[in-house]
Design a protein around this ligand. Structure first.
Ligand code: ATP
Length: 220
């Protein structure tokens, strides 16, 4: 299901960053915050920005929160407010509710009350940065499950000019190159004859171990 309209509760750094990006992507965003100055600032950017206390059911109801496809609860420090706002969005019938958690316990409570996705921005970004620090060629990655990952790896000098048949990560390590992002465009499901060049990015899928072994072999 494609989401079109988003309501964001809490317009701090995290909430406002999500809101601004959604606007850039062409979506409609209602921002709610109890701080008047914050709302004034964001009202120039978001579709609508309103001063309200998101722990008050009537306030959310009168803003028509139930009509939104997706709600983001981006309140962190006030855990009680985060939980109440989440419950209210769920009860009002918002189809998908995503909430920020500041620690594991907060996250577990949010899961118990039925949030669709819990986000730990600082923890997750810390983990990403650590991975990128120890693997300079690793540009980004998505964990598909505890065991499997998709990683974006910059093509190092030692692979430039080589074909996928030469590199052969599937035969050697068990992971596959499912796409090559070249400056001229992306090649999906590349062939064995496709050649890697310096500014390419490989999209690799496999078990965590197989990707790690491939990364080590290319000095990443
Ligand atoms: P960030 O890290 O995103 O900058 P923060 O940690 O500085 O956030 P938080 O306490 O997480 O601050 O609050 C984020 C925003 O949520 C603030 O702008 C705050 O005014 C707003 N907020 C907090 N409680 C409520 C509430 N009950 N209703 C509406 N907005 C709220």
């Amino acid at each position: 299901m494609k989401m079109h309209q988003f309501v964001i509760i809490g317009l701090g750094r995290f909430g406002s960053s999500i809101g601004k990006e959604l606007i850039q992507l062409g979506y409609e965003v209602l921002g709610i915050d109890r701080n008047e100055e914050t709302v004034q600032e964001l009202s120039k950017v978001l579709t609508h920005a309103v001063v309200a206390d998101a722990t008050e059911e009537e306030a959310l109801r009168s803003l028509g929160a139930r009509n939104f496809d997706c709600g983001v609860v981006a309140i962190g420090d006030d855990i009680q407010a985060s939980i109440l706002a989440t419950i209210l969005l769920k009860e009002l019938g918002v189809k998908k509710v995503v909430a920020k958690a500041v620690n594991e316990l907060h996250g577990r409570v949010l899961e118990r009350i039925g949030v669709d996705r819990v986000i730990y921005p600082e923890r997750d970004m810390g983990i990403r940065v650590a991975h990128q620090l120890v693997s300079p060629n690793l540009l980004d990655y998505i964990e598909l499950s505890k065991k499997y990952t998709i990683a974006e790896l910059a093509v190092p000098g030692c692979l430039t000019g080589k074909s996928l048949a030469d590199v052969n990560p599937r035969g050697k390590y068990g992971c596959s190159i499912v796409a090559i992002n070249k400056p001229k465009g992306i090649i999906i499901a590349p062939n064995a004859e496709d050649v890697l060049t310096e500014r390419d990015v490989m999209v690799v899928i496999g078990t965590n171990e197989s990707i790690e072994q491939f990364q080590e072999s290319i000095g990443s």
